[in-house]
Ligand binder design. Structure first.
Ligand code: CP
Length: 311
């Protein structure tokens, strides 16, 4: 029971069987998380560092909790309060940490390809917790688990990914995953936030009409507008973005169809998603966060090389 890769760098590198195995293992770990004692000894004596060069709430807490639930020893590293500010390189930082007998590295970095670079230079298993605008593999896996729980399968399901596709590592990982698992994908949003090459390169549909995407889909995965990654004006104002591309109650009522609403967080309420949509009965947003812990337990366990899973 192991993955085809030593690392989890992206969904791009995974086989369909790897994704299936992670989701099935996560389902087993979800059972553990329902028990009064939410802990198994699976990763006892394994030490994991959570190396965060970029801010995070959900991903960092979720990885730390997953490690604790698996009985691993955990170290948290935030670049902002480390010797990175004195000029230490990524490789020197990681090699120093590994010399203290650390076995696995979970890493978030603003530079696309940072975990891929590290994987070429260090012996430890690496889990990508988000690299620049490239991939956020565990987010796509927890999104997939959340859809599978509600709809039974991903095969043949219609998923609309809506908003700032251009700057979104969540979109990229979701596109890879959904296509590998046999789902149909439509990307929707303003033309300035959807790369021109994406339709042909990834065999997805593209529309600039959000209502059309909502009419078509079973699931709408709504993305955050990533102003911190936009160094030019790509739409007129946040208010106008909300009017043209935001998911509002009025829009949902108009399509007269029960679709599932997802968002990776953090939400810009009143911009890409209105509050009464984010908090409505069709919203899976907190289910996604809950599933993140089980998915990350599965990924860490499967990459650890431990033989027997006793849950
Ligand atoms: N979804 C997600 O990656 O959230 P954080 O940035 O809070 O980790």
């Amino acid at each position: 029971m192991h993955l085809s890769s030593k690392h989890l760098l992206g969904i791009r590198e995974l086989l369909k069987g790897d994704i299936q195995l992670i989701l099935d293992t996560a389902t087993q770990f979800k059972d553990v998380l329902q028990r009064p004692i939410k802990k198994v000894p699976s990763l006892r004596d394994i030490t994991i560092v959570n190396l965060f060069y970029e801010n995070s709430t959900r991903t960092r807490i979720s990885f730390e909790l997953a490690e604790k639930r698996l009985s691993a020893d955990t170290i948290n590293f935030a670049a902002s309060s480390s010797s990175v500010s004195k000029g230490e390189t990524l490789l020197d930082t990681v090699n120093n940490i590994l010399s203290m007998k650390v076995d696995m590295v979970v890493m978030r970095h603003s530079a696309t390809g940072a975990p891929h670079f590290l994987a070429k230079h260090i012996p430890a298993a690496i889990v990508n917790a988000g690299d620049g605008i490239n991939e956020h593999p565990t987010q796509a896996l927890l999104d997939a688990l959340s859809i599978r729980e509600k709809l039974g399968t991903l095969e043949g399901k219609k998923v609309a990914i809506i908003g700032d596709i251009m700057h979104s590592r969540v979109a990229m990982s979701n596109i890879y995953l959904l296509k590998k698992m046999g789902a149909e994908v439509t990307l929707a949003g303003p033309p300035t936030l959807i790369p021109k090459y994406i339709r042909e390169s990834f065999d997805v549909n593209v529309t600039y009409n959000v209502e059309e995407a909502l009419q078509w889909c079973d699931v709408a995965n709504v993305l955050r507008i990533q102003l911190e990654r936009q160094n030019q004006v790509l739409f007129s104002s946040l208010r106008e973005y909300n009017q043209a591309y935001g998911i509002t109650r009025k829009l949902l009522d108009r399509i007269q169809k029960d679709i599932l609403i997802m968002h990776p967080g953090p939400i810009n309420r009143g911009v890409e998603l209105d509050s009464d949509v984010a908090d409505c009965g069709q919203s899976l947003i907190l289910n996604q966060v809950e599933n993140g812990v089980a998915v990350r337990m599965a990924v860490l366990y499967l990459l650890s090389g431990r033989k027997e899973l006793s849950v």
